[in-house]
Design a protein around this ligand. Structure first.
Ligand SMILES: Cc1cc2nc3c(=O)[nH]c(=O)nc-3n(C[C@H](O)[C@H](O)[C@H](O)COP(=O)(O)OP(=O)(O)OC[C@H]3O[C@@H](n4cnc5c(N)ncnc54)[C@H](O)[C@@H]3O)c2cc1C
Length: 516
């Protein structure tokens, strides 16, 4: 008789999104099966930039330290034009006071996948490698998934299915979700190589030109760089028709620098698409990561966004599967992440136009106006406080979504739906207290201890909520815009659900609406 694998969640695809979802489900003690058609994690570097929000999520998994050890902080952004250095932006602490990780970390996708895979293995979990999704069907109780590997066919019976199966997503196709958008006409290239030149290996170097760009990301290892760029408009070739020599020629022509490229370990060509699904779920099936959205590489957002999709979905699945929340909580995954995907596509399109678009005004600003003033502009706090949250993804908020209760937040500078702001208490990060996969209630006060109230609430919510008494310091006052006592209820993904100066009755009312 055929053996059926029973599980709570079937995850299709073990890229950064699928692995992240698996890791998050481990945190919540949810059973899952993860299948991947390849035989191992990707050997290619692919995504390079790891942003602050991802590192905050890694911190909860206990792997942020390893990520920092294995990667390299991007220290500077150097702008070149016509072979000359025209400007420099200091990046190493551009997000100072906004996150424990006030920078972008350069750590290849393969190493991120390795990190997440190690976490799974460390918790006794394994990926079903060389196993491909064949088909699936769903009914009111669950999803029946047929997979195939060298031994033959297997059936997985899961309560939910998550398609983390990349840009061509078979899951998305089978669900009939639309993937509308557009394709850039231009060809992009990437190459991981050794570059010998006069420039120091301390910066992300970008060569600006009228309608192309060429960027060199410093990677770990002497003189190692990821080179990314575009061919100019009008180069009308298919991706398969370009040989590596043409790429090298293009790099040298556009960089306008004395340089030698050698030891090319990987190169690839691709066309950039800007597309997203119309919805992130259908019945008991979800899509996440590239399966749900693809866009230009400007801003290094793709892998980071997939990791956050998974982070958003995991706690909702966990609460529903454990019978602590109604199934309608799962609808908020679509609500929150579809809106985020829409914003992401718009932002990356704008960043791409600024960096490489052929619009005359934009290219004039890019090559002539921006480089000499860039460093000066970014030295202003207000500019840092605008740019860093946008690129690092700490600024993503769910203010307009149904889990954000605004009934008490009108007097605050921080609103329901915002990520919990970062600050220190007695020299320690507030995030150190927020690692448990639960709701967190923070009672902010001016001295008198709330320990008794906290203990009572924790007992009442029976393992679902941790409560913390926090003093109102000068920094807390500055961030939240009040010196009066207040309370903040955080969802398990550390977004504010409810904030108020009133008694904790409002918190109880909020929890009653979502939690069983
Ligand atoms: C050159 C380049 C540079 C990039 N730079 C950045 C960057 O700096 N920062 C950033 O954030 N993003 C970047 N990205 C984007 C990033 O690589 C993707 O967004 C990321 O890989 C998406 O992860 P994912 O897990 O959603 O999808 P994928 O990584 O595509 O993983 C999907 C997995 O599903 C598996 N799969 C597919 N079909 C099946 C099936 N039927 N059965 C079983 N398994 C299946 C695939 O084999 C694959 O392993 C870059 C991309 C490229 C190409």
């Amino acid at each position: 008789m055929e053996k059926i694998i029973e599980t709570d969640v079937a995850i299709i695809g073990a890229g950064p999104t699928g692995l992240s979802l698996a890791c998050q489900l481990v945190r919540y003690g949810v059973d899952f099966v993860i299948v991947e058609k390849n035989e191992a994690i990707t050997p290619y570097s692919k995504a390079l930039g790891v942003h602050a929000r991802t590192l905050e999520i890694y911190e909860q998994l206990g792997v942020a330290g390893k990520a920092l050890e294995r990667g390299e902080v991007a220290k500077k952004f150097r702008l070149l034009e016509g072979g000359e250095v025209r400007g420099e932006i200091h990046l190493a602490d551009i997000g100072k006071n906004l996150s424990p990780y006030p920078f972008m970390l350069i750590l290849e996708q393969s190493k991120n996948e390795q990190l997440l895979y190690e976490y799974l293995q460390g918790h006794g979990k394994e990926v079903l490698w060389s196993t491909e999704l064949e088909s699936f069907s769903q009914d009111a109780e669950g999803v029946r998934v047929m997979v195939k590997n060298a031994e033959g066919y297997k059936t997985i019976r899961a309560k939910y299915l998550a398609g983390c199966d990349g840009a061509r997503s078979p899951v998305r196709h089978a669900l009939g979700l639309s993937f509308e958008g557009s394709t850039f006409e231009r060809i992009f290239y990437v190459a991981d190589a050794q570059v010998d030149w006069a420039l120091p290996h301390d910066a992300l170097q970008v060569c600006l030109a009228r309608d192309v760009f060429t960027a060199f990301f410093p990677m770990k290892g002497e003189k190692r760089y990821r080179i990314v760029g575009t061919f100019p408009e009008g180069v009308d070739k298919d991706e398969g028709d370009v040989v590596y020599e043409e790429i090298e020629e293009q790099i040298k022509r556009e960089a306008k620098l004395e340089l030698e490229i050698s030891d090319v370990q990987w190169f690839s060509l691709y066309k950039v698409h800007t597309r997203r699904v119309n919805k992130f779920s259908e019945g008991r099936c979800f899509v996440a990561g590239d399966a749900a959205h693809i866009h230009s590489p400007a801003g290094a957002q793709g892998m980071n966004t997939g990791i956050q999709d998974a982070y958003n979905l995991a706690w909702k699945l966990a609460f529903v599967l454990k019978g602590r929340a109604d199934e309608k909580l799962l609808e908020t995954y679509n609500e929150e992440r579809v809106e985020n995907a829409q914003r992401l596509l718009e932002t990356t399109d704008r960043m791409f136009e600024l960096g490489a678009g052929s619009n005359w005004l934009m290219s004039f600003i890019r090559t002539t106006i921006f480089p000499p003033v860039a460093g000066f502009l970014v030295s202003f706090d207000i500019v840092k406080r605008t740019i860093f949250p946008l690129i690092s993804q700490i600024g993503i908020n769910y203010r307009d979504n149904s889990l954000s209760d605004h009934s008490g937040d009108e007097d605050f500078d921080v609103r329901a739906g915002d990520r919990m702001p970062y600050f220190l208490i007695d020299g320690e990060s507030i995030y150190d207290r927020l690692r448990e996969p639960k709701f967190h209630l923070l009672l902010f006060s001016n001295g008198e201890s709330d320990a008794a109230v906290c203990g009572k609430l924790e007992r009442a919510y029976d393992g679902l909520l941790d409560c913390h008494a926090v003093p109102i310091t000068a920094r807390v006052k500055e961030i939240f815009g009040t010196s009066e006592a207040f309370n903040v209820l955080l969802r398990p993904d550390n977004y504010i659900g409810f904030i108020s100066k009133d008694s904790v009755d409002g918190v109880k009312e909020y929890l009653r609406r979502f939690i069983k």
